[in-house]
Design a protein around this ligand. Structure first.
Ligand SMILES: Cc1ncc(C[n+]2csc(CCOP(=O)(O)OP(=O)(O)O)c2C)c(N)n1
Ligand SMILES: [Mg+2]
Length: 546
């Protein structure tokens, strides 16, 4: 019995061979062959409290390690609970495999309990969704899943495994570990494209470099050298945050125009914009604010991103990492050093001006975020949300390394924060993980503190408590001079955390908060720190809600 080869063994053998480190799940009877195989083949299984949380954790692991994350969920409602994380993963461009159970094939169309056809639902929020009907073909379907996740811009895929397929015996040796396909590299920039690229910015006096998502998957170790050789200001956004140390003197702040007025100004004045591994998306103002006379050089391997929202003067379909040596090797540009100084100093001054002058009864969000960052070590992983207080965090954080900053991405999904924190901790057990979340967002998946306690994966949740759904309330106030059901009475999140196996601190001042974070890092237990903060509209919310 113990060494029985079945569909579950095929699944887990493949995942082991692919380098998967955990399967995140909420149990379901039809998944039992996978669970048994995890035990036999020694692939750690993490039993969470909600399927959405399981998927968010898997996706977080991908954002930290650079390898696809995997979640396994039961049929029907188990699968439909994964729709939001699948959407987040699609919009963020992160590789996530969701394995969904299904009733046995002989019950199809008979109204089996819990059973529903999820393919039309998951098909609309993933890159690919499919059903496996033959146990012998499980490795083949998983191989397709891997290819699809990595094809072009990465994204999620869904694979349905009916109960009889998963429990059927396999002929193949289950201990054999097929290897999964790697992310395809390329295409490498051609010599002609490299020449056009250097020609496009040969006369640039005011160049700016934007580092985006694809560079996270397709790293270049020449980025710093290329930036320094040309002395050009650079900005980082989304998955590219921390790819170059953001304390670098040429960093022009986070690549979110809503919270970076200096960047808006720089883009309006630049005569050359080099956009690597990204497109002119929402947070880059769809490219509308870029100087109309600027030459725009865009490099991405997915042709669908080239020219999106703003046409590039030179659009190169190539690995962005392969373009970096060409930028480094280009003849010196006549860069206007005063302009560069003005751009980076502009961002620093803007950031400094955010520092609160007078302390009210509650902490200013900036003081709270800074108090946390002050004591966080260089390898700390930060998670931020999509509430008003978190948008302050975006502007305060300076990431020193890649894979240290998790934010749901363009979907803006509230609720990912706590599972992201825990998933990150599973992915890198050596790094302290700090989650910034509002008193609204905390309610979605706070129960995962129990999962952290059960698996002894400590992480820190900082609840920035302004007693309201601030990001919605503050703009309502501005437009209507009143708010509608926006108040959230102060709740004792600490007692919730304690009840779930965590520990807690209530911090009223910056000094108390810094001390609480230091203690939490040292404690080795899941820790929730509740911090009353003032409701102050963040520059980001101010900009997008005008
Ligand atoms: C899944 C989801 N539902 C609703 C929203 C809309 N939304 C954005 S911010 C926000 C308020 C968040 O409140 P809180 O977590 O307390 O943070 P605050 O804005 O108060 O700082 C809401 C409801 C969303 N982004 N995602
Ligand atoms: Mg709030």
């Amino acid at each position: 019995m113990k060494n029985m080869g079945d569909g579950g063994m095929s699944v887990v053998a493949f995942l082991k061979g692919a380098g998967v480190k955990h399967i995140f799940s909420v149990s379901g009877g039809p998944l039992n062959p996978i669970y048994r195989a995890c035990s036999v083949l020694d692939l750690p299984l993490v039993h969470t409290r909600h399927e959405a949380a399981a998927c968010f954790m898997a996706e977080a692991a991908a954002r930290v390690t650079g390898a696809p994350g995997v979640a396994a969920v039961t049929l029907g409602p188990g699968v439909t609970n994964t729709v939001t994380p699948a959407l987040v993963s699609t919009m963020a461009g992160t590789p996530l495999l969701i394995l969904g159970a299904q009733a046995p094939t002989h019950t199809f169309e008979r109204g089996a309990g819990m059973s529903w056809d999820p393919l039309p639902i998951l098909g609309s929020v993933t890159k690919w969704s499919a059903r496996v009907l033959d146990v012998q073909r499980i490795p083949e379907y998983l191989e397709i899943a891997w290819r699809k996740m990595w094809a072009g811009r990465p994204g999620p895929v869904f694979l349905e495994l009916p109960a009889d397929v998963l429990s059927a015996s396999v002929e193949a040796d289950p201990s054999a570990r097929p290897t999964a396909p790697q992310r395809p590299i390329g295409p490498h920039i051609s010599p002609e494209a490299a020449t056009s690229l250097t020609a496009a910015f040969a006369s640039a006096e005011r160049p700016i470099l934007i580092l985006g998502d694809e560079l996270f998957w397709d790293r270049s170790d020449r980025l710093v050298a290329a930036i320094e050789k040309n002395r050009m200001p650079f900005t980082t956004l989304r998955l590219a945050r921390g790819l170059v140390d953001e304390t670098h003197e040429l960093w022009a702040g986070p690549g979110y125009v809503p919270c970076n007025a200096a960047l808006r100004c720089a883009l309006a004045e630049a005569d050359c914009v080099i956009l690597l591994g990204h497109h002119f998306e929402f947070d880059l103002g769809f490219g509308a604010g870029v100087n109309s006379a600027a030459r725009i050089v865009q490099v991405a391997s997915d042709p669908d991103l080239l020219g999106r929202n703003r046409r590039a003067t030179l659009a190169i379909q190539a690995s962005p990492a392969s373009a970096v040596p060409a930028i480094e090797a280009a003849p010196e540009m006549p860069v206007d050093a005063d302009w560069v100084t003005q751009v980076v100093a502009g961002w620093r001054a803007e950031r400094d001006a955010q520092l609160p002058t007078a302390a009210g009864d509650s902490l200013h969000p900036v003081a709270a975020v800074d108090a946390v960052c002050e004591v966080a070590p260089e390898n700390a992983i930060f998670v931020s949300s999509h509430g008003n207080v978190d948008f302050w965090a975006d502007a305060r954080l300076r990431l020193r390394r890649p894979g240290r900053y998790l934010r749901a991405g363009q979907s803006g999904a509230l609720g990912a924060e706590i599972p992201y924190g825990l998933g990150a901790r599973f992915a890198d057990p050596s790094a302290p993980v700090i989650v910034f979340v509002g008193d609204g967002g905390v309610g979605y998946h706070v129960t995962e503190i129990d999962t952290a306690a059960r698996y002894e994966r400590p992480f820190i949740i900082v609840v920035l408590d302004d007693e309201m759904w601030g990001a919605i309330a503050l703009p309502q106030e501005r437009v209507y001079q009143e708010t509608f059901e926006m108040e959230l009475p102060r709740r004792d999140w600490g007692r919730v955390a304690e009840g779930l196996g965590g520990v807690t601190t209530y911090a009223r001042t910056a000094a108390e908060l810094s001390a609480a974070i230091s203690d939490a890092i040292a404690s080795g237990r899941p820790h929730l720190v509740q911090v009353p903060v003032a409701s102050v509209l963040s520059p980001y919310m101010d900009y997008i809600s005008k």
